[in-house]
Each structure stands twice: as C-alpha cells, then as structure tokens.
Design a protein around this ligand. Structure first.
Ligand SMILES: NC(=O)C1=CN([C@@H]2O[C@H](COP(=O)(O)OP(=O)(O)OC[C@H]3O[C@@H](n4cnc5c(N)ncnc54)[C@H](OP(=O)(O)O)[C@@H]3O)[C@@H](O)[C@H]2O)C=CC1
Ligand SMILES: O=C1CO[C@H](CO)[C@@H](O)[C@@H]1O
Length: 328
C-alpha cells in the first residue's frame, strides 16, 4: 500500500463529487483514477478533481495494481456486481448506500467481500459523524430511560434525479431512519430484537412500480414500537424522535446530513427541554473517509459501531426489504 491510500472512483454523479471532495479534504488519500461510461462527464469530473487516470473500462481500473480502495458511486442495483468485481481484484471497497435492492444481491456482495477477505463498508456516511455518536451515547447512558418507541421520517424531492432501477424511496431515503433506529435498538436490546419483527405498511408506487412514498408501523419482539415514513417526490423534511420510559430525545437538525453545528432536544416527560449542541470538524463524508482510512490501514475487514459492520448492513437491508414486502 502506498503512503497515500489510492482511490478509484466508479461513477461521476453528484455523490462521487461529494466523496472526491471528502477524500481531498481528509488528506491521507489520493484519487488515482475514475471510471464512467460517458466520456464527456468522465473528463469533466477528472479535470475538476485533478485525476490523471480516466477510463471507460471499469474492470481495468478496478484491477489496476496501484488502486487500494474502490468507491462504488453507481446506482444501487449495480452495487453487488461491482462489489464482486472489486473483491475478486482484492481491493478494499466503499459502496454507496443502500447496499443493494434485495437480499439475494446483498448476500452475494457480502459473501464476495468475506470470501476474498477484503475490507467492505456500506456508505451510510452519517453513522460516522459525532452527531450520531452523541445520540447513541445519550440513549446508552439512559438519558430517556429505556426505549419504548421510535418515530422517524425522511422525505426529499429527489425522484426526478433517482435512477428508476434503484428500487425507490426505501433504498434512497428510507435507509436513513431505518439504519438509525436499527443502531439504537441494537445497542439497547441486541440484534435478536429484530427476529420475528411484525411490520404493517402502506405505500404509493410510481409508473416503474417503485415505492415513491411509504409508511410502516412495526412491533419488535420485545413490544417496542417503530413508526417510519419516507417519500421521494415532494419536499425535504426530516424527523427522528425516541420516546423512553422517562423522557424524549428529538433530533432538531437533520441527523442524516449532519454538519459543523447540530442540535438535539432532551425533554424529561412534562419537564423543560434541554438543548444539546453537537459540534464537529465537518460533514459526515469527511468522517467516513477518516474512519475508512484508519480501518484499511489497520488491516480491518469492516468498520466498527456506530458505523455499519457487515452484519448491520445485512440487517438494515432485511428491515428495508421486509418493509417493502409489507407495503404490498
Ligand atoms: N450518501 C449520499 O448522500 C447519497 C448517496 N447516493 C447513492 O449513490 C448511488 C448513485 O446514485 P445516483 O447518483 O442517483 O445514481 P445515477 O443513476 O445518477 O448514477 C450514478 C453514476 O453511475 C453511472 N451509471 C449508471 N448506470 C450505469 C451503468 N449501467 N454502468 C456504468 N455506470 C452507470 C452514471 O453514469 P451516467 O452519467 O453515464 O448515467 C453515474 O455516473 C446510489 O446508490 C444512491 O443511493 C446518492 C445521493 C446521495
Ligand atoms: O442519500 C441522500 C439522498 O438525498 C437526500 C436529500 O437530499 C440526502 O440527504 C441523502 O444523503
């Protein structure tokens, strides 16, 4: 491995640019090459970020000896395929969220990473940010007692940009409240709390058959209730509230796009609210690149909590696909 971690970026859309900026800002990596199928956008991207190697041959870049880590910024239905290719080439992998669009492809991707013993991380970037760590810490310290119910929603007007093969709002946006609820519930009750989860859901589908909007109510096997909602074809809004035995923890700022200054409200039932500010060095992508770099340099094959380990990514995908099935 060279002194600077050498990144290969697959895809040149908005999110690849965000990651490129994070890699440059983090400073311990270098963008060695970029692959895309459209030469015009490929060259524009490579020029913008000063990337020397630019190619339409994805496999050649993935197999290039100089590449240490492959970032998969491709549509969600292609994640498993490129994860398999990068794993076969022995490269570390950061794959955009959601990990995939179904459990078969999810398992194929994770199996390839495990078989070839390569680092793999799903890009649930906000899990790396101090704001997430603070939420998890407060819950762990019993700031609201034990968790009784969680409600969350994430809506954004992105359907017009979303790839129709990416599986709709659950995999584009629903993954955020689902993965945050998963983190907190797993931390408090253990992963087995999701066994035999009961889910009811309704949804609204687009012309491709994808869910544009869906809401679910679930009951975990210990009686804790979960209510989540996501929509991708009208305005931007976020919400995440945890009700405990003694109080409420509410995210005031967007937990899924945290920045330098973030706000939580902690309210013991029927008592005044305490405002908690969480400051940070930067956005979630910066922290994601830092943690990935540390993990790869340490020879780890996966991240540590609160970021998503392989088993966490799989369980989040399982919750999303069960929700999708329940929405009919
Ligand atoms: N973490 C975050 O904040 C965000 C994450 N995402 C995630 O990023 C991923 C990409 O999403 P999005 O940018 O909307 O997807 P796009 O459909 O815009 O595609 C992304 C890139 O993949 C390329 N591409 C598309 N199809 C193919 C193909 N068949 N073969 C090779 N390249 C292809 C596109 O190239 P071309 O220009 O030629 O079509 C583009 O460069 C998704 O998993 C999404 O969930 C997205 C936004 C924010
Ligand atoms: O993945 C994503 C899709 O769009 C959302 C709304 O802009 C983002 O917050 C999110 O990171």
């Amino acid at each position: 491995m060279s002194e600077k971690l050498q990144w290969a970026i697959l895809g040149t859309s908005f999110i690849s640019g965000v990651m490129a900026e994070a890699i440059i800002a983090e400073g311990r990596g270098q963008i060695y090459g970029v692959a895309a199928r459209n030469t015009e956008t490929l060259n524009a991207f490579a020029d913008q970020y000063g990337i020397a190697v630019r190619t339409t041959d994805f496999e050649a870049l993935i197999h290039d000896d100089k590449v240490d880590v492959v970032y998969i910024g491709l549509p969600t239905h292609l994640h498993h395929q490129y994860t398999e290719l990068a794993a076969q080439a022995g490269k570390a992998i950061v794959c955009e969220k959601s990990l995939s669009v179904d459990m078969e492809k999810t398992d194929a991707a994770l199996a390839a990473a495990a078989h070839h013993k390569v680092f793999f991380a799903e890009g649930l970037m906000y899990l790396h940010h101090p704001f997430t760590a603070k939420i998890a810490e407060l819950i762990q310290q019993g700031a609201i007692g034990g968790i009784r119910a969680i409600s969350g929603h994430y809506c954004a007007d992105i359907a017009q940009f979303a790839n129709p093969q990416s599986g709709g709002t659950l995999f584009n946006l629903g993954c955020y409240p689902t993965s945050l609820a998963h983190l907190l519930l797993q931390q408090q009750f253990g992963s087995q709390v999701f066994d035999n989860i009961q889910i009811t859901a309704l949804g609204r589908r687009d012309a491709h058959g994808n869910l544009d909007e869906t809401a679910m109510t679930a009951r975990l096997n210990n009686g804790v209730m979960l209510q989540l909602h996501t929509a991708e074809d009208y305005g931007l809004d976020h919400g995440f509230t945890i009700l405990g035995t003694t109080g409420i923890l509410r995210c005031i700022s967007n937990p899924w796009l945290p920045g330098a200054d973030n706000i939580l409200h902690l309210t013991p039932y029927e008592q005044p609210t305490e405002e908690i500010r969480v400051t940070a060095d930067g956005d979630a992508f910066l922290y994601q690149v830092r943690n990935v770099t540390d993990a790869i340099r340490a020879g780890q094959l996966e991240l540590e909590r609160p970021a998503a380990r392989h088993q966490d990514s799989r369980q989040i995908m399982s919750l999303l696909t069960q929700w999708q099935a329940a929405a009919g």
